[in-house]
Write a protein that binds this ligand. Structure first.
Ligand code: FEO
Length: 394
């Protein structure tokens, strides 16, 4: 299907997908969008998931003889897009693959075979003769390998995951303008799940679109944005600003409590931190919060303080779930602290500290453990911990 003159969608639909990336429910299935650009030197932009490669090759070969294909652009190499590239390289070993340094490294390790490659950087151009592609770096949207590809003079931007949605459009209706339902919620859900941990990176990438006069965003998943392009860019800007205030710092105090003592510690730590006028504090009861609330809470912070009682010589599951939701990439180097109430041995605090350090957060404040009921002195130690962590980041 041509989405613009000489630009063919050769993607596939996956309406039955229920879980993406092991953990993300996908209520509306998804699509893996792939494009062929006609030119003096034809180019393929992104592939599809391996399971769909035969369907993909059938579509691909309807629009181009693989012997004529000259270039492949990989905007991102998560296997839902790169899974079919190995077979393509077998069938068309003459192509040159263009991608960022990490993308080509990842792809090399995925295909385990030699291929012709060209590492590209910010504003590098691929001259196709009668058309020109320009590469825009968008690292960590949502892998370190990610870039966008701009078709100069025609206002078309190929973004792979960026601005995409797990929304399987009806057969033959691949454009946003053809949808009969509003899929904005699916774009937002996708943003939250995939880009949410990288809001700062989204903020770094969006200004690069200013002045491009975009007419169409060819995403890697879901409907191709041929309408409302500006609206979706503004929404990405709005969503990625949540929790970001350069003037104020954000501390998340996340805890679970068996008999209320760890909860009391959390409240006092939050109180101590909130005494700092430059700090916003979010107190999160991990045992009560749903997974979306946990993910939202830890999607952006300047300091993370986690507390757990010790049960069965361990921290409790709701608290581990909080740490699972933390991005080890964006949280690296951020301040952290641990606390907990216990009765006998109190292993939870040390285990949490170890995990945070392995995630390369900086546990700069000594762990705070309190056995059974809190004394007035314990209460003061809790407030002091909150205040100290706040001071360390302001
Ligand atoms: Fe759609 Fe990050 O892969």
């Amino acid at each position: 299907m041509q989405i613009r003159p000489g630009i063919h969608w050769v993607g596939v639909r996956d309406p039955d997908l229920e879980i993406f990336d092991v953990v993300i429910p996908t209520e509306y299935g998804t699509t893996y969008n792939s494009y062929v650009l006609e030119a003096d030197e034809p180019v393929l932009i992104d592939g599809v998931k391996k399971e769909f490669e035969e369907e993909w090759f059938a579509k691909l070969e309807q629009v181009i003889d693989l012997a004529e294909l000259r270039h492949v652009v990989v905007n991102h190499t998560e296997p839902d897009h790169s899974g079919s590239i190995k077979e393509l390289l077998r069938r068309a070993p003459h192509v040159i693959v263009h991608g960022t340094r990490p993308a080509l490294q990842f792809l090399s390790e995925q295909v385990n075979m030699d291929f012709q490659k060209r590492i590209v950087g910010e504003n590098d151009v691929l001259d196709l003769g009668n058309r020109r592609l320009r590469f825009i770096m968008a690292p960590f949207m949502h892998w370190p390998d990610t870039m966008w590809t701009f078709l100069e003079g025609e206002g078309v931007l190929f973004t792979c995951d960026g601005f995409g949605s797990h929304f399987c459009f009806p057969e033959g209706k691949i454009l946003a303008s053809q949808q009969e339902v509003d899929f904005t919620g699916a774009v937002e859900y996708y943003f939250e799940k995939i880009m949410g941990p990288f809001r700062g990176k989204v903020q770094e990438a969006l200004p690069k679109l200013v002045g491009l006069e975009l007419d169409l965003i060819a995403t890697g998943h879901g409907p191709i944005l041929d309408v409302d392009v500006e609206r979706f860019i503004k929404l990405y800007d709005e969503w990625s600003r949540v929790g970001h205030s350069p003037e104020r710092k954000r501390i998340v105090v996340a805890y679970a409590s068996a008999y209320g003592h760890t909860k009391r510690m959390a409240e006092l730590i939050a109180e101590g931190a909130a005494g700092n006028p430059l700090v916003d504090v979010l107190l999160l009861d991990a045992a009560q919060a749903d997974p979306d609330a946990v993910a939202e809470a830890v999607s952006s912070f300047d300091a993370l303080i986690v507390g757990s009682p010790t049960i069965n010589a361990d921290a409790v599951y709701p608290v581990w779930r909080v740490l699972e939701a933390v991005s080890a990439i964006t949280a690296k180097g951020k301040a952290a602290a641990v606390f907990g109430n216990y009765g006998w041995s109190g292993e939870a605090v040390a285990l949490l500290e170890e995990r945070l350090e392995k995630m390369r957060l900086v546990v700069g404040h000594p762990p705070l453990k309190v056995r059974f009921g809190l004394t007035a002195e314990d209460e003061e130690r809790c407030r002091a911990m909150g205040a100290a962590v706040a001071e360390s980041i302001t």
